[in-house]
Ligand binder design. Structure first.
Ligand SMILES: [Zn+2]
Length: 66
């Protein structure tokens, strides 16, 4: 089980994970959810993004519900 970086905990505490990415983090090459490729353009447009566009959309929808 991998330890989360301290800064990720802080980002989660602020409640902005999954919606605005994590500035300062390297964007993932593969989606954390479906393991699909994250396009270079998306990686640059959303610094620190962890999800592909489809999974990001899905997560945004969930976070709006809760
Ligand atoms: Zn995905």
């Amino acid at each position: 089980m991998a330890q989360k970086p301290e800064r990720l905990f802080q980002a989660e505490a602020l409640g902005n994970v999954g919606t605005v990415g994590n500035p300062g983090f390297t964007s993932f090459f593969k989606c954390a959810e479906c393991d699909g490729d994250i396009p270079e353009r998306r990686r640059q447009a959303v610094p620190g993004c962890r999800l592909c566009a489809a999974c990001q959309e899905e997560q945004d929808r969930k976070s709006h519900l809760s």
